[in-house]
Design a protein around this ligand. Structure first.
Ligand code: SF4
Ligand code: MG
Length: 317
């Protein structure tokens, strides 16, 4: 609720000139038990930072995170450690997130040991069970991360995340580094695991087609803010925000006759240390007019679709 992360960085060589980078600037949403909430936007829009704040890997500058009715900032260190077991993370680059000097067995067993969840005797059985669950043969337990392909490494990362039986998994670009054919295997595995273990996902990606495939609801981020939130179908069928339309128009359509008008965004993503006035998207929006540069649109529910977007042209496009 109202999450912000502002980083203060030094500008140039003069110690006095500081700049504030508003990586996340007032983001509120909820994730319902058992659903997949997809967070989408260009790189640098604040999606990963949002995920890391929810994971308690990064402290929020402002705002609160409530999990299962419990405010995370009100927990003691010990309580927080216990609560953290309920949420685990899967990373974009499984190679960088797996210790190259540890065997697969030790990598998967580590969270079990940290959270004191298995006896020494129980650990091996649990590691084998997890390898079965993610579709890897048990014999890989004695091998090292570099011996595996990207898709296999992501399966190891998923097994590690599942080890402590979490409720929420935050997956940060989990398939972006993989070949397209492998992407769908990993996405289908994540879907199967969700059904099997009643998991809730926060799924972060820059690729709207991936988010469309896996999500129940979608939040679109631009420059540290949520600009559109709603049910997957509503957003994909009836995007309200011009930025969402642009993201969607870049997704290839399987049927060439179903031509979609392509919206090409002009210019680069503005710097989050110097965001545009008014609507943060106005410098690139093909529909922008005077009002957009002076007045910031708030998130509002569109009458035509029932989902929420922040644009002065709500219901009009
Ligand atoms: Fe575009 Fe204006 Fe809507 Fe912003 S408020 S998205 S600039 S039309
Ligand atoms: Mg990221």
């Amino acid at each position: 609720d109202g999450l912000k992360k502002h980083f203060v960085s030094q500008k140039g060589f003069r110690k006095s000139s500081k700049q504030v980078v508003k990586a996340v600037d007032g983001v509120s949403f909820d994730i319902k038990p058992g659903e997949t909430f997809g967070l989408v936007g260009e790189s640098g829009c604040g999606k990963s930072t949002t995920g890391r704040m929810i994971m308690q890997m990064l402290e929020a500058t402002e705002g609160t995170i409530t999990f299962d009715g419990q405010r995370m900032d009100q927990l003691s260190g010990k309580e927080l450690k216990k609560a953290r077991k309920d949420f685990q993370m899967i990373f974009q680059d499984p190679y960088a997130s797996l210790n190259p000097r540890m065997t697969v067995r030790d990598i998967i067993a580590e969270p079990l040991i940290v959270h004191e969840m298995e006896t020494a005797n129980g650990i091996d059985a649990r590691v084998y069970e997890l390898l079965d669950t993610v579709g890897l043969p048990r014999k890989v337990a004695e091998r090292y991360p570099h011996e595996f392909s990207g898709g296999q490494r992501q399966r190891i990362g998923i097994a590690r995340a599942l080890a402590v039986r979490p409720k929420l998994i935050i997956a940060d670009e989990p398939v972006s580094a993989l070949d397209v054919s492998i992407q769908s295997q990993v996405l289908n595995l994540l879907k199967d695991l969700q059904d099997e273990f009643d998991l809730t996902y926060l799924f972060i990606a820059h690729d709207l087609s991936v988010v469309d495939f896996i999500s129940d609801r979608i939040g679109v981020m631009y420059l540290g803010k949520l600009v559109e939130i709603g049910d997957r179908e509503s957003i994909i069928q009836n995007p309200q925000h011009p930025y969402t339309r642009a993201l969607l128009s870049a997704v290839p359509v399987p049927d060439p006759r179903a031509k979609r008008e392509r919206i090409v965004l002009e210019g680069d993503l503005p710097s989050p240390s110097n965001p545009p006035s008014g609507c943060p998207f106005h410098t690139r929006c093909p529909f922008a007019w005077d009002r957009c540069a002076s007045e910031t649109p708030q998130l509002q529910t569109a009458e035509t679709t029932g989902h929420t977007a922040a644009c002065h042209l709500l219901d009009e496009l």
